[in-house]
Design a protein around this ligand. Structure first.
Ligand SMILES: CC(C)(COP(=O)(O)OP(=O)(O)OC[C@H]1O[C@@H](n2cnc3c(N)ncnc32)[C@H](O)[C@@H]1OP(=O)(O)O)[C@@H](O)C(=O)NCCC(=O)NCCS
Length: 185
């Protein structure tokens, strides 16, 4: 174990299994958690959850998703994702903590493990994220990992009720990642 880890508890990411669908259903019906995502689905049924989980477990195409496990809990508490791998353009990181783990740092540590995979196993040259400007937790999580705020797209997000939200672009290059995490295992 290296010197700097993000969480007070042991956090791991693992591939999805089809049996994870009830947890997925719960996360996407956690209104508070999903309200800070880039896009909010109006509803997410059990059937949606089964389909989402089956696709995640299949791990085909350009996207990969991982379930976040926290020591002492039977079910995963959320997921991380990399969207648009293996292209000339960099993949985008996604994350959702759908069951509150009750301790600090689970999201940022799960994200760190995911971005490490992007650079070390999946050939990424850069990873980026679009973050609604009000989402302080998401911004702090990537700042801790060494990401930079690269710009802001004014009013990029329009919610169904017409609310307009600025969207920030955050990112990190492979070289930036090595600088931040040199010497960490
Ligand atoms: C964003 C998310 C993955 C971060 O994970 P988390 O486990 O909640 O956050 P962490 O405990 O790792 O904390 C990261 C930082 O955010 C801070 N933070 C956590 N919740 C916060 C909140 N509601 N408001 C402000 N800061 C918050 C923590 O104190 C910590 O800050 P520090 O670096 O100063 O110590 C998680 O909150 C989440 O899934 N949110 C809903 C979905 C989402 O917003 N996804 C990202 C879309 S762009």
């Amino acid at each position: 174990m290296s010197s700097e880890r993000g969480s007070e508890v042991e956090v791991a990411i693992r591939p999805f299994r089809e049996a994870d669908w009830p947890a997925v259903h719960r996360w996407f019906n956690n209104r508070e958690a999903i309200s800070s995502l880039m896009e909010v689905r109006p509803s997410f049924s059990e059937e949606d959850a089964r389909g989402w989980t089956e696709a995640a477990a299949g791990a085909e195409g350009e996207d990969r998703k991982w379930a976040i496990e926290v020591a002492g809990r039977d079910e995963p508490v959320g997921f991380t994702a990399l969207y648009g791998l293996f292209r000339q353009t960099a993949p985008e990181l996604g994350a959702l903590i759908g069951d509150h783990p009750g301790v600090r740092g689970v999201g940022r540590e799960a994200e760190r493990l995911t971005v490490a995979k992007a650079f070390e196993e999946l050939g990424a040259h850069r990873v980026y994220g679009r973050i609604p400007a009000f989402n302080e937790a998401a911004k702090k999580a990537v700042l801790w990992q060494g990401w930079k705020h690269e710009g802001t797209m004014p009013e990029h997000i329009r919610r169904p009720d017409g609310t307009l939200i600025d969207c920030e672009i955050w990112g990190i290059t492979a070289a930036g990642w090595r600088r931040r995490w040199a010497g960490e295992g």
